[in-house]
Structures are given as structure tokens and as C-alpha cells.
Design a protein around this ligand. Structure first.
Ligand code: HEM
Length: 547
């Protein structure tokens, strides 16, 4: 039940109880008038509701109480603290998947007695994310918090608005559009490897910074036709603000938690705290930037002085959206914000994990380097030679390494939904308000699905015995890998991200030998919505000449 509904119900019951008391037992009326009486009933009703929600409903009333789940849990917060404090995020859910015998669903107690359901097999995952997708929505509070940075674009809208936006955005992500972007991905990847040469002399480098810069530049060009040039201008205010807002920090986690427990509007008004102030400032700056960019692009594409050839050349996502005439400048600004946030930090962190996994597996790294050097031109020849999608997509080990990284390190380790319309999931009727936890981290690492080596880096599972690329990883169902989800709310940028990642890994590994510089257990993911290396991605890069 929503907080507002609880308060309204408690108020209505208080009024009815007051009327009943007045009518049937006036001698029991407390002194202090009607106000005092209502106040007492109201507090008593709230307490009774919480006692019911925490002590009775989950154990004796919930229609989902027979679904197997983990033992223990806090009386008030249920298992929610375990889930939210899990290190790495999603790992507690993975352990439950391994340890709790189940038929495709696991139930646990979320905070204040709310049911939390985790689908664990392909049929249940498919039912949630594909078949009955619109019976589930992201929690309004989570959406409100994210809206500050992501805008009101595709990720956060629901229902009809989502269907409309998705339909009109899809053409910008079709295969032919992505294929044309490979040279852009490659150019920026080569620029990064060139710029890193100075760093290669250092004993270790925080590679995450390079990943963020290169992916920000790529989404700038491919997404909006604007080169942020953050590889060359890392001190740019816009670039710095963006990096700052996405950087995990305990105070930001606290802000997120307070927003969830109260409301984001309230949390943003907390006085004497820098975090809400900074968030508001950055969010306004980002919106202004996105709005002006959208307006300028529309003006440019409507400018009769510009030749149709010039307009035709503009193939970035924003220009395609302007040309479609389906969005106002304000709508476009929200889509720009969404694409910018969803479209760079995710790929950036995946690139970091790929470098880490290759550093851990030097033999595979060296085989991959051979494949890259055999198939692709050196980044030093960028002025004269580029690459093609056909070549990159047919390189077995490159594709396998990227697929295996995406399996082991899904940068969205958990995503949650609430049931908004009573719906069937397997044999169970889920009441409105039931929480759903989909965990790409848990599914992608499940030994039941992936076998005994589920937790190991085994790129060869993505290569067929005849040496060709396969995109199944040797398992039978799409729902065995949930990195980009599936269905109507799957990642629209999946093709973009995969292609970008391959180009970046190719240029990087072709040019550098990558080594770990710290204890293996210091590298682990952390973060609230998307994850990145908790202590930074510290690596050593040695230039490998002769390419
Ligand atoms: C490795 C990189 C990426 C990963 C792992 C990833 C993962 C995901 C996941 C799991 C979702 C679903 C989130 C949810 O519903 O809770 C999602 C949605 C989305 N992603 Fe990605 N993403 C990546 C890259 C990108 C890129 C490059 C773009 C854009 C250029 C993008 C744009 C979006 C958008 C717009 C949505 C919302 C789709 C919808 O709700 O219809 N993502 N992504």
C-alpha cells in the first residue's frame, strides 16, 4: 500500500471511530475535544496497520506466503537490508538463487512487510519482462529520484507514453544506423589509445576515467552530433559535472535512501547539505544544455539556407528524432538527457570490467591481441584506414570476450518493479503493490543455468566448435542472460553498446598489454543503479609495438 493511501485510510477510519465512540460510548471520549480524539485514533490506526503489515500479513495473509524464500530477515525491514547492502550488488540474490530450492520464484520480505518476488527461471522472467510487461512498473519514488538526472525520457515513462516513445525512438537504433557508426566508434577508440600513451609510462592508471571520457565523447557524436571532446578537455565544466553526478559516494547513497524513505522533493530541500544543492545545480545545467542543443538542431534542420545534402548528413540520434517531427523541444531535451546518462556510463563501466578480466587472464588477452592485429588496421593509421562492421562482428574471440564480460559484469545488477495491475505469475496471482526484483547479476551467474563454471571467465562458450561466433553462450534460452533485459523494456541501446564496446576493446587490447596493479579482491562493483569498480579500476598499460 502507498504511504499516501495508508494515511488517507487511517484518517478515514479515525473519523468513523470517532463518530462511533461519540454515538455508542460517549463516556469514554478523551478530554481535549474532537481534535485530540481524532489524533489518538489516527496514531493508533497507524500503529495497528504497521503491526498487521509486519507481524501478520507476511506470515498468515499474503497469498504469496507459500513461495519459498530465504530464512531470517529483520522484523521491520525484512530482507531489504540484505538486498540493498549486498556486496557486490545482486550477490545476495544470486546466493538465494543457488541455495533456496525453488520452482522459478523466490519470495522474501521487503521493508514493512511488503512482498518481494524474484523470478529465477526463464519462464518466469519471460512472463515478467515480456508477456505481461505492462502489468509491472518502476516504483514512482525511484523514477522521481532518477528524473533529476535522466530526464523524463524513455527509461522513466510508463504505459502508453512508453509505447509511444519507444516506437518513435526505435528507428534511430536499427541495425543499419548502428552499422554506420563503427567508424565513429573506432576513431574515438584510437584517439583514446593515442592519448593514453603518456599514462602508459605510469606504474598504474585509473582506467575508469578514460572509459568515461571516451564513451561520453562517443554518445556526444553518435547521439547528438556534438563532440564533447572530453578526451582532450577533461577539465571542461560540463564534463566534470557529469562525472561528478555519476560517481558513487556514500553521501549520494544516503540521499537516495532518504528520498526513498520520504520523498525526493523533500530530500532535495534538506538545508545545509551540499549533495541536494549540487544535484539541483547540475540537473538544471544538464537540462539547459539538452534543451538548447535540441532547439539549435531543430533550427539547423529547418534552415532553408542549408542544403538538403548537409541535412541528410546529420545521422545522429537527436537529428533523426528532430526529423521524425514526433517530439517537442522539451521532449527532445528529456530524451537527450536519458540517452546521455544511459548511453555512456553503462558502456564505460563494462569496458573497465573487460580490461580487468583480460588482465586477470593474460593468455586470453594475448590470443585476442593476435586476432585484433590480424584483422584490423593499427590505430596509428586512423587517418587512412578505418574498420567495417562486418569485420568486427565476425571476429570470434573479440565477440566472445565482450559477450562474456557482459555476462559476468552486468552494470545494471538489479532492477525493480511494482505490480500495478493484478496479474498471474506462474500459479500465483500477484496483488497490486507486490515488489519484483529482476537480477541480471544473479541470473547471469547462476550455476543452474550456466553450469559449474558460471562464475568463471570462459569466453570460449561464445565460440562454436567450427570457430565461428555464437550469440547464445551455449545455453538454450535468451532469458539466461539478462544484462540488457528482454521484451518491450529491454535496453534500446543494446546494439549500440555492443558495437561500441567491441571497437573500444579492439583498439585498447591491440595497442596495450593490460595488467592488474592491486590485490584481486580490491576490484569489485558498487553503486546504486548502475555499478562501477568500487575502488577505481587501477591497471597498468604497457604499449605493445609492432602494429
Ligand atoms: C553495456 C551497456 C549497457 C547496458 C548493460 C545497459 C543495460 C540496460 C538495462 C538493464 C536496461 C533496462 C533498465 C530497466 O528497465 O530497469 C536498459 C534500458 C535502457 N537503455 Fe541501456 N544499457 C547499456 C547501454 C545503453 C546505451 C549505449 C544506450 C543509448 C545509446 C542505452 C539506452 C537505454 C534506454 C533508453 C533504456 C530504456 C529502454 C526502455 O525502457 O524502453 N543503453 N539498459
Amino acid at each position: 500500500m502507498k504511504t499516501r493511501d495508508i494515511l488517507v485510510a487511517a484518517a478515514v477510519f479515525s473519523a468513523l471511530e470517532a463518530v462511533a465512540l461519540n454515538a455508542f460510548a460517549p463516556h469514554l471520549r478523551p478530554t481535549g475535544g474532537v481534535g485530540r480524539m481524532l489524533e489518538r485514533f489516527f496514531i493508533a490506526n497507524i500503529i495497528l496497520y504497521f503491526l498487521y503489515a509486519i507481524l501478520i500479513r507476511p506470515y498468515f495473509v499474503s497469498p504469496l506466503r507459500h513461495i519459498p524464500g530465504p530464512k531470517g530477515g529483520n522484523l521491520v525491514f525484512g530482507h531489504s537490508l540484505d538486498v540493498r547492502r549486498s556486496k557486490p550488488p545482486g550477490d545476495v540474490l544470486r546466493k538465494w538463487m543457488e541455495e533456496v530450492p525453488n520452482d522459478g520464484l523466490i519470495r522474501f520480505r521487503d521493508a514493512f512487510g511488503k512482498d518481494g518476488i524474484m523470478p529465477t527461471n526463464q519462464a518466469m522472467l519471460k512472463a515478467v519482462v515480456t508477456d505481461n510487461n505492462y502489468d509491472y512498473e518502476k516504483q514512482p519514488k525511484v523514477r522521481d529520484i532518477l528524473r533529476t538526472i535522466l530526464g523524463d525520457g524513455l527509461i522513466l515513462v510508463e504505459g502508453h507514453e512508453h509505447k509511444f516513445q519507444r516506437k518513435h525512438l526505435l528507428p534511430s537504433f536499427q541495425v543499419s544506423v548502428i552499422r554506420d557508426l563503427y567508424p565513429t566508434f573506432w576513431t574515438k577508440a584510437c584517439e583514446m589509445t593515442q592519448m593514453m600513451k603518456e599514462d602508459a609510462a605510469k606504474s598504474e592508471v585509473e582506467f575508469g576515467i578514460w572509459c568515461t571520457r571516451v564513451t561520453l565523447d562517443i554518445i556526444g557524436i553518435a547521439g547528438f552530433g556534438r563532440d564533447f571532446d572530453s578526451l582532450k578537455n577533461p577539465d571542461d565544466k560540463f564534463v566534470q559535472d557529469y562525472q561528478q553526478v555519476l560517481e558513487p559516494h556514500p553521501q549520494k547513497a544516503a540521499f537516495f535512501l532518504i528520498s526513498l524513505l520520504t520523498s525526493p522533493t523533500l530530500a532535495l530541500r534538506i538545508p545545509f547539505w551540499e549533495i541536494p544543492k549540487e544535484l539541483k545545480r547540475i540537473s538544471k545545467g544538464l537540462y539547459d544544455f539538452a534543451y538548447n542543443l535540441s532547439k539549435e538542431r531543430r533550427a539547423e534542420l529547418n534552415d532553408s539556407k542549408k542544403s538538403s545534402d548537409e541535412k541528410e548528413k546529420r545521422k545522429d540520434i537527436l537529428s533523426l528524432l528532430v526529423k521524425s517531427n514526433d517530439f517537442s523541444d522539451n521532449d527532445l531535451a528529456h530524451q537527450v538527457l536519458t540517452m546521455m546518462a544511459a548511453g555512456h556510463e553503462t558502456t564505460s563501466n563494462t569496458l573497465g570490467w573487460c580490461a580487468y578480466l583480460l588482465a586477470l587472464n593474460p593468455e586470453i588477452q594475448s590470443q585476442l591481441r593476435d586476432e585484433i592485429r590480424n584483422e584490423l588496421p593499427s590505430p596509428d593509421n586512423i587517418a587512412t584506414e578505418t574498420i567495417s562492421a562486418a569485420t568486427v562482428d565476425s571476429m570470434p574471440l573479440l565477440n566472445a570476450v565482450c559477450n562474456e564480460t557482459l555476462r559476468l559484469y552486468p552494470v545494471v545488477p538489479i532492477t525493480t518493479r511494482d505490480v500495478v495491475k493484478e496479474t498471474m505469475l506462474g500459479p500465483y496471482k500477484l496483488p497490486v503493490g507486490t515488489g519484483i526484483f529482476i537480477s541480471p547479476w544473479a541470473v547471469n551467474r547462476s550455476t543452474e543455468i550456466w553450469g559449474k563454471d558460471a562464475m568463471d571467465f570462459v569466453p570460449h562458450r561464445w565460440i562454436d566448435p567450427d570457430g565461428r561466433v555464437n550469440n547464445s553462450g551455449g545455453v538454450t534460452s535468451n532469458y539466461s542472460i539478462m544484462t540488457f533485459l528482454h521484451g518491450p523494456r529491454s535496453c534500446i541501446g543494446q546494439g549500440f553498446a555492443r558495437s561500441e564496446l567491441k571497437c573500444l576493446v579492439a583498439a585498447l587490447v591491440g595497442r596495450y598489454d593490460i595488467k592488474l596493479t592491486r590485490q584481486e579482491d580490491t576490484y569489485f562493483p558498487a553503486g546504486l543503479i548502475t555499478t562501477k569498480a568500487a575502488n577505481g579500476m587501477w591497471l597498468k598499460f604497457d604499449e605493445v609495438t609492432g602494429w
